[in-house]
Design a binder for this molecule. Structure first.
Ligand code: NAD
Length: 267
């Protein structure tokens, strides 16, 4: 039985991951971690997330439970996830990191740890979105520079980073397929009399409203037609199922930092 520690266990994603692990075969919850001032510390995590007792108390520090885990599943924020990566690199536990919003400097730290850890890090764990990454690159390569690329995303009002990590990755995939540097051609704001769109631009638009789980669209706009690739997440369970699938996969891999494309065999 694979033993999984969930960091951010009482969060929106953490709760769905606890439920998914509880129902999954061959893997179980062995630890649950939250921020040190969380009001539900020491309570049973099964109860905290609205299910029955599972005999795992909510802890306020990953170091207190790390020895009880073969794999850590962390959906929190980049700072917390970096600490989980460091702690797991000492204990030998594998990791699945779903947090989004890593800065280039934080990604360098992750890359630095890559020799010491087995980790799946992906801004979106859904099967459909990861297929969309592949398709968006292929479509961009086929359509080439004649088609304008615009990326739209919509999320719930509580989301903290913008644009979403998924939208950023779509931008990078398309830019790379078109031999462009996304940091140079990504346009994140348009306001006022800004003139005509430049052909190389990749426009990024973010909507925040209500409880939208996560929509992403890539528009390839030509003269006389457009092609749109759209993915809509209906619930967080598809991300949670992807995370559990990644956890089972990563513990059998050699050290390195992987993404969901590796887990799903899409490369
Ligand atoms: P959330 O705010 O509901 O949950 C985050 C949890 O982390 C909170 O419960 C918070 O208390 C906890 N936390 C904060 N500091 C902590 C610490 N020091 N130790 C342990 N826990 C701590 O947010 P969410 O909607 O669950 O999203 C979490 C992250 O996952 C975000 O970065 C989001 O963008 C990302 N996300 C990724 C995917 C994916 O498929 N990769 C899908 C959805 C969300």
């Amino acid at each position: 039985m694979i033993r999984a520690i969930v960091v951010g266990a009482a969060g929106r994603m953490g709760g769905r991951i606890i439920h998914t692990l509880h129902e999954a075969e061959g893997i179980e919850v062995s630890g649950a971690v939250e921020r040190p001032d969380h009001p539900f510390l020491n309570r049973d995590i099964g109860e905290v997330v609205g299910g029955g007792e599972i005999g795992v108390p909510l802890e306020g520090d990953i170091e207190r439970v790390i020895e009880a885990g073969d794999v850590v599943i962390d959906f929190t924020n980049p700072e917390v996830s970096l600490r989980s990566l460091e702690v797991a690199s000492e204990s030998g536990a594998a990791l699945v990191v779903g947090s989004t919003g890593f800065t280039p400097q934080q990604m360098e730290k992750v890359a630095h740890l890559a020799k010491k850890i087995r980790c799946v890090l992906s801004p979106n764990m859904s099967v459909g979105v990861n297929l969309m990454f592949k398709l968006a690159g292929e479509v961009a390569r086929i359509l080439g520079d004649e088609y304008d690329v615009e990326i739209l995303e919509a999320h719930h009002r509580f989301k903290k980073d913008s644009p979403s990590g998924t939208a950023m990755k779509l931008g990078e995939v398309v830019a790379s397929a078109l031999n462009r540097d996304f940091s140079q051609v990504g346009i994140f704001e348009r306001k006022g009399v800004i003139g005509e769109r430049k052909p190389q631009e990749i426009g990024m638009q973010a909507v925040r409203a209500g409880d939208i789980v996560g929509d992403h669209t890539v528009i390839f706009g030509g003269l006389g037609e457009r092609l749109e690739l759209t993915h809509r997440a209906h619930s967080r369970d598809n991300f949670a199922r992807g995370a559990v699938r990644a956890a089972k996969w990563v513990i059998t891999q050699p050290n390195g930092v992987y993404d969901m494309g590796d887990v799903l065999g899409l490369k």
